[in-house]
Design a protein around this ligand. Sequence first.
Ligand code: NDP
Length: 311
Amino acid sequence: MSARLLDGKGTAADIRSELVPRVAACTRRLGRPPTLGILLVGDDPASQVYVGTKSRAGAEIGLSVEVVSLPSTATLEAARQVVERFNASDDHDGILVQSPLPAALGPEAERALFDAIDPLKDVDGFHPANVGRLVQARPRFAPCTPAGILELLDRSGIELAGRRAVVIGRSQIVGKPVAMLLLHRHATVTICHSRTRELPAVAREAEILVAALGRPAFVTPEYVRPGATVVDVGINRVADAATIRDLLPADSPRLAAFAKRGALLIGDVHPAVADTAGAFTPVPGGVGPMTVAMLMVNTVRAAEIRLGVDG
Ligand code: NDP
């Protein structure tokens, strides 16, 4: 069996174009474009790439994106001041603190900064007030990756109500909120983590399987019920040639990209799962672009909330 590919890249492009008239309406009423403030601390290369992608996606649909970069030596207080400036600003509708933060800021830094964001500007949806609203099934800003997963499933016509969903991973940013969103759509949800026993057997019960654990190609066909919909959230940079040769068929066009760049992004799901699943999200081109599209949606929503159009 060859699985149907759920096209996150194309769906994200649709979502971005649907936003253009809403952006134009906000721009007319605000006298400026909806604006996202991003705080980037340190020099993590992946974070720099993500922030660049978000800025370009915003510019493409007419949003304004201001990136404030602080060096990895910055203090937590300096980072908090940037958040406070964005909070107080009438020119910023949405705020995002790019994670991960440098380890030197301490283990609680991420939580401290997420908590400092004005909940009405919290386009990542990580503030406790927004997490609470999500749990109560009245989200203001649903976190972008989980929201993107649900949007992709919906737009691909994957039914959720009454179906068995298994989520591998229980992080605050992916596993828990995606499980909650699936529950609100009447799926029967199991959340798995590193202490789950007999994980392959539990995963095999899923009609919808979400892999969000951060381990390259971990989910092999033995985890997958034939015909299941498999959502691969993982983004893992793999630079080891032998691993890449093991994972990809000899005629894969991605091998040329590996030879050129010396690394590839590999999901949490093994490519061989495509022969067992009924539908799956590719990496790259699946959940990643949906995450960025939902950030755009949330930023426009934040501007609409300011205008009293929404929320
Ligand atoms: P975290 O590291 O925060 O969480 C990983 C979760 O997976 C934990 O709950 C952990 O369990 C669980 N886990 C780890 N190993 C195992 C195992 N062997 N068996 C079962 N469960 C396991 O990761 P994130 O949720 O932040 O990210 C997950 C993946 O998604 C990463 O690859 C990340 O890069 C990617 N990602 C992709 C995004 C996108 O836009 N596509 C956005 C965000 C993340 P425990 O709690 O017990 O430790």
